[in-house]
Design a protein around this ligand. Structure first.
Ligand code: BTN
Length: 240
């Protein structure tokens, strides 16, 4: 495994995207601190020194662009499996949040550089709160860390476990196109299935019932008028 390790960087995702041509497929970029860590939807991601695992996996799979978004769920399932191997009973809030005891412990930000319908590179950014004890403002109610929840774990052990689990699921998906194992893990440990959830679009929020995750990895929801819809991406909340 190729690893690039930084004390400080703006964002490991940016580094991976900017340098993908000279980086080997499968390079893992890790930084102790990110000065401009990115979350989804343009939010920033607090990446203090020593508090977490801030890393990006840079991949160059030979797949068409439309097959790339599923890799977020592959990473989610790998993180769930890895956590559970080391005794952390985490769950997934489809499609990119890993949750422990109802609070977010890890976020995934997948980005891509596309070349005429083929993937140039896919960058899977993972931010895992390991040692954080204080979250600012409203984050204190929504976010947590492994340490806060009572787990003293070495970051290197967690990374190794995640990479090991990822490789198995990734190979199966890329070589055989099989999504089964990933979906079954995401279904089994889903915080959304069987609940009323809120779908959030810009200023609009709608309460729907979450029925399942489809065999393709979409969220199957039922609207109040009985219409069933597959949601392919987006912001879903369990809180009002
Ligand atoms: C989210 O939940 O909004 C996604 C958070 C992703 C954070 C990680 S930390 C490593 C990588 N580099 C970034 O700038 N962001 C991702």
């Amino acid at each position: 495994q190729n690893i690039k390790y930084f004390q400080e960087i703006d964002s490991t995702n940016n580094y991976a995207k900017d340098n993908f041509e000279s980086l080997k497929d499968g390079t893992l970029i890790i930084s102790e601190y990110q000065s401009a860590g990115k979350g989804r939807l343009g939010k920033n991601w607090q990446s203090n020194i020593g508090e977490g695992i801030w890393m990006s996996l840079m991949l160059k799979p030979e797949i068409p662009v439309y097959k790339a978004p599923f890799l977020t769920l592959v990473a989610g399932a790998a993180i769930l499996n890895a956590f559970r191997n080391i005794g952390v009973d985490a769950e997934i809030k489809w499609p990119n949040d890993i949750v422990l005891n109802g609070k977010k412990i890890c976020g995934i930000l997948t980005e891509m550089v596309a070349e005429v319908e083929r993937v140039g590179c896919v960058v899977i950014g993972m931010g895992i709160n390991v040692n954080t004890m204080l979250f600012p403002g409203e984050l204190s109610e929504k976010a947590t860390s492994l340490k806060k929840e009572g787990f003293e774990l070495k970051r290197s052990d967690i990374i190794r476990e995640i990479m090991h689990e990822f490789e198995k699921l990734y190979t199966t998906y890329i070589e055989y196109g099989s999504k089964e194992e990933v979906i079954s893990v995401c279904r089994k440990y889903s915080v959304l299935i069987g609940k009323d959830v809120y779908i959030i679009n810009k200023n609009h929020r709608e309460k729907v019932y979450c029925m399942d995750i489809s065999d393709d990895g979409n969220l199957i929801v039922k609207h109040d008028d009985g219409v069933i819809e597959e949601v392919i991406s987006g912001e879903v909340s369990v809180r009002g």
